[in-house]
Each structure stands twice: as structure tokens, then as C-alpha cells.
Design a protein around this ligand. Structure first.
Ligand SMILES: NC(=O)C1=CN([C@@H]2O[C@H](COP(=O)(O)OP(=O)(O)OC[C@H]3O[C@@H](n4cnc5c(N)ncnc54)[C@H](OP(=O)(O)O)[C@@H]3O)[C@@H](O)[C@H]2O)C=CC1
Ligand SMILES: O=C1OC[C@@H](O)[C@H](O)[C@H]1O
Length: 304
């Protein structure tokens, strides 16, 4: 799913969003489980005017993408349990990396990835455009048990899938107070359908229309609305004693070009990691999520 949003976003003219003149992205190659799937992916998600100028090379394996000398950077949009392997394989083949959230299943895997990226001098990023109570309307009983959103073997559960967003927001606001919070997970067949960490909650069970997030403070509250935690498009700001204010930030496409633009500039400027979301911050969030799992007896096979 997300890879289709990503490619359709990055082939948009960068000038159309934020008047971005500094970068231009080309989808040089697609790696998939089959050529047929790769072909249909390109047909559906990249315009023919783009493919006639820059036809992507299609591969029936990910490895061939890593070994393609025309590829500068690899984007990983696979289920959580594959992020570490895919990333390390690409780094070993000499590629820059942009890996989907969560970077890995646990902090140990994420550390291995970061060490590998730092050793090889390559940059590794984790796309997170949004950064305390987040909800989705994806009750487990309605999901395909084999999907990556439901199967613990693929890293399913609200902690890794959306808790990460609320932790990032919480981290931005309460930086030093994030560790050592009390937490609770509501487990359903080996994965957490709801996750609460003292200062923030996230749930796969409830979401009110297009409002997915709420931050409460002493002086008021902020409601965050939009398609999902990954695509916020506005805020309702309520200050004590004042009328609510709505601030709209419409997003062109899916907004995924932001991370693509950021990594392109990092590569151009020979920066190994992003200033706004440094790797140590990603590792910190992974460790906090690991602590929540430990407090609640949630173990992925990768934790054994
Ligand atoms: N930032 C954001 O806005 C969002 C981020 N995400 C993140 O993106 C990542 C991918 O999510 P999503 O796109 O929903 O994933 P999907 O379930 O749609 O899987 C993506 C692709 O992974 C490949 N794949 C490789 N191995 C497996 C396997 N064992 N089971 C299923 N698929 C496999 C398949 O491609 P193929 O057969 O072609 O190789 C599949 O089409 C996750 O990390 C998720 O958290 C998801 C949604 C939004
Ligand atoms: O924003 C999102 O919404 C749906 C989730 O499954 C996804 O992984 C997440 O990033």
C-alpha cells in the first residue's frame, strides 16, 4: 500500500509542493515478488509521461534493486519484520536507505541497522511526518489474520504501527520525560490492539471521523485531524476562555515527498542523517517501545 503512495508522490513535480526547486526524484527500479506485480504497480501508480522519460527497471527480487548501479537510494515499504534484513542488505550493497516506520521490530534490530549505516557511511532515515492520543478504526477482528496489520510474525500491533506517532509527538513536547512511563497493552491473539503509555495512548479500535489525535495541556487542547496520523491536514486549537481556532494545512498528494526531499538533500549535502529526526531519536523511541513491551509481556519472535 504505502509504496504506491510513495512513488505516486515522489514523481509529482516538486515545484507543486512547497515550491521545491532543489530536488527531482526518479523511480529508477522496482523490486517485487514478481515481474507481473511490479509491472502492474508501475502501470497503476506512475504516469505514462513519467515512465516514457524514465522507465523503471523491474526486478522480481529486492536484491537486484540493491545491486543496480543506477540506484542511489532504496526505499523499504515492506512489513515491519522485514525492515532490518532489507535495510542491511541494501546498505551492504552500498546504497543509501529510507526505511518506513517503525524502523524495526525492536531497539536491538534498530541499533544493528544504525551501526551498519554508520559503519558504511550511509544515511538511513525513518519516514515520520507526524509526530498524543491517536486512533485508527481497524479492529483486529475485521482484519485479514495474515496481513501485516494483524499477524504478530510480521510485526503487527498498535504499538509499532501507530503508537510510534504519538510517542514522537510526546517526545517533541516532553522530551526528557518520556522514559520510565507506566504502560498497558491490550493484547488480542499475540498483538496489541490498544497501547497506553501514561502520557499518551494509541488505539486501533476508535477514531472519531477524521479526528485522529488529541493533545491536552493545562492551557487548552489541540485536536489533530486529517486522513491518519501519517497525513495530518489541520488543527483545532482550544485555549481556555477563547473561541476555538481551526488551522488548515492541506496536503498535496500524500505528503511523502517531504521525506524523499529531505533524504535527497542529505545525500546532496553529504549528511549521513537527518537533522530534524536524527538516528539517536529513532533509537530512543524504539527503546521506549521496547520498555512498554517488557512491562506488558509482549514478545515478538525477534525478541527471543
Ligand atoms: N508513513 C505512512 O504513512 C505509512 C506507513 N506504513 C508503513 O509502511 C510499511 C508497509 O505497510 P503497507 O504498505 O501497509 O504493507 P503491505 O501489507 O501492503 O505490504 C507491502 C509489500 O511488502 C511486500 N512483502 C514482502 N514480504 C511480505 C510478506 N511476508 N507479507 C506481505 N507482504 C510482503 C509485498 O510486496 P511485493 O510482493 O511486491 O514484494 C507487499 O505488497 C509498514 O512499515 C507500515 O508501518 C503503512 C501505511 C502508512
Ligand atoms: O498512518 C497509518 O495508518 C494506517 C496504519 O496501518 C499505518 O501503518 C500508519 O502509518
Amino acid at each position: 500500500m504505502i509504496s504506491s503512495w510513495f512513488v505516486s508522490d515522489i514523481v509529482r513535480d516538486p515545484v507543486s509542493h512547497y515550491d521545491e526547486h532543489e530536488v527531482r526524484h526518479v523511480v529508477q527500479a522496482i523490486g517485487s515478488s514478481s515481474i507481473e506485480k511490479a509491472k502492474s504497480f508501475v502501470e497503476k501508480h506512475i504516469s505514462s509521461s513519467e515512465t516514457s522519460t524514465f522507465p523503471p527497471t523491474l526486478y522480481a527480487s529486492y536484491k537486484e534493486v540493491y545491486n543496480d548501479p543506477n540506484v542511489d537510494i532504496v526505499y523499504v515499504g515492506t512489513p515491519h519484520s522485514l525492515h532490518m534484513q532489507n535495510t542491511i542488505d541494501a546498505i551492504n550493497a552500498g546504497k543509501h536507505m529510507l526505511c518506513e516506520k517503525p524502523m524495526a521490530i525492536n531497539a536491538k534490530e534498530a541499533e544493528t541497522m544504525v551501526n551498519s549505516a554508520r559503519d558504511k557511511g550511509h544515511m538511513i532515515g525513518e519516514p515520520r511526518r507526524t509526530l498524543i492520543d491517536f486512533g485508527l478504526d481497524m479492529p483486529f477482528d475485521k482484519l485479514d489474520p495474515n496481513s501485516r496489520s494483524r499477524d504478530p510474525q510480521l510485526g503487527a500491533g498498535s504499538l509499532l504501527d501507530i503508537r510510534i506517532y504519538s510517542l514522537i509527538w510526546a517526545s517533541m513536547i516532553f522530551h526528557s520525560d518520556l522514559e520510565n512511563q507506566g504502560s498497558a497493552l491490550m493484547l488480542n491473539n499475540g498483538a496489541d490492539e490498544m497501547a497506553a503509555v501514561a502520557i499518551c495512548t494509541a488505539s486501533d479500535l476508535y477514531k472519531l471521523d477524521n479526528e485522529f489525535g488529541r493533545i491536552e495541556g493545562t492551557e487548552g487542547s489541540i485536536i489533530i485531524y486529517g486522513g491518519a496520523a501519517s497525513k495530518p491536514s489541520g488543527l483545532i486549537l482550544r485555549r481556555k476562555g477563547e473561541d476555538p481556532k481551526t488551522l488548515d494545512f492541506p496536503v498535496d498528494g500524500w505528503g511523502l515527498y517531504n521525506e524523499a526531499d529531505a533524504v535527497a538533500k542529505n545525500i546532496r549535502d553529504v549528511r549521513q542523517e537527518n537533522d530534524i529526526t536524527p538516528l539517536d531519536e529513532t533509537l530512543r523511541i524504539m527503546r521506549v517501545m521496547g520498555e512498554v513491551c517488557k512491562q506488558n509481556g509482549l514478545k515478538y519472535s525477534q525478541d527471543q
